[in-house]
Design a protein around this ligand. Structure first.
Ligand code: SAM
Length: 255
């Protein structure tokens, strides 16, 4: 936004003043105050998230929200200040795409565990696969392009050079991960195929957007994915997404 000059330092002053008043006048509340950094690191500790957006020197928008845990895991609202979760910087994965996958795991409150099987479609150069491998999962990585040499020979990694759309798993996987660049309708059809054939129990998928018209398109995608009958279907523009959104789905009863 075209913010007024100096608004950043004013926001710092407002934050300090608000905290000082809280300490003086609401001691009990102040004792429960969690810094934004701690809130980002331990979202479960957040009772009430107060956010102040300065739009001018003398005007601000304030939001006060209580993020609640969902029955399937994760939260209904962002427990991270500014919607920006703390994803540890890691130089090991071959691409920075791992950050949006880690963010999706935080929103879902679940991540692949040791021994779980992940199929990673459109895996190259291997950021998502590296993130799943780092959690002890086994990964089948499918791409027409090669993966980064740093992943070669990993004992829990199987490489399949070929089409993400033609691949059929020899046995059901726990997680379908897909970051293939293609038309949104193709990604939705791909997810539907995996879900209706019970080839996975959880999904993290990127829907790549082009230009405008995303609202209608995402409405149709949501309806199509909800029609699969899974308990948890969420489509979000994550903090680490660019011109794309992330689908997060989990099998189970609706609730
Ligand atoms: C955005 S990149 C994936 C990045 C990856 N998630 C990571 O973390 O490094 C998209 C990938 O999809 C692959 N891709 C596109 N169309 C494909 C297809 N039909 N079959 C297999 N892979 C495909 C591309 O080769 C490319 O490697």
């Amino acid at each position: 936004v075209g913010a007024e000059p100096g608004l950043g330092s004013r926001a710092g002053l407002v934050a300090r003043e608000a905290l000082s008043r809280l300490r003086e006048r609401r001691r009990r509340a102040h004792r429960r105050y969690v810094t934004p950094e701690d809130a980002a690191a331990s979202p479960g500790e957040v009772g009430l998230l107060v956010q102040v957006l300065m739009v001018a020197r003398d005007r601000a928008w304030i939001s006060v929200a209580a993020p609640r845990p969902l029955p399937h895991g994760g939260f209904d609202l962002s427990p991270w200040p500014g919607g920006a979760p703390a994803i540890a910087r890691d130089r090991a994965p071959p691409s920075r795409a791992y950050r949006k996958l880690e963010e999706a795991f935080l929103w879902m409150g679940q991540a692949p565990g040791p021994g779980e099987l992940c199929v990673d479609l459109g895996a190259a150069p291997g950021g998502w696969s590296a993130a799943a491998l780092a959690r002890g999962a086994r990964v089948v990585a499918v791409d027409r392009a090669p993966l980064a040499p740093s992943l070669a020979g990993h004992p829990h990694l199987t490489l399949v050079r070929g089409s993400a759309f033609a691949f059929e798993p020899p046995r059901p996987a726990d997680w379908l991960l897909t970051d293939v660049i293609c038309e949104p309708e193709r990604t939705v059809a791909l997810i539907q195929r995996w879900v209706t054939r019970r080839w996975c129990r959880k999904v993290v998928a990127s829907i790549k957007l082009k230009g405008r018209g995303g609202d209608r398109l995402l409405g149709e995608a949501r309806a199509a994915l909800e029609a699969c009958g899974w308990g948890h279907v969420r489509i979000k523009h994550l903090h680490h997404n660019k011109n794309e959104v992330t689908v997060m789905m989990m099998a189970g009863e609706r609730g």
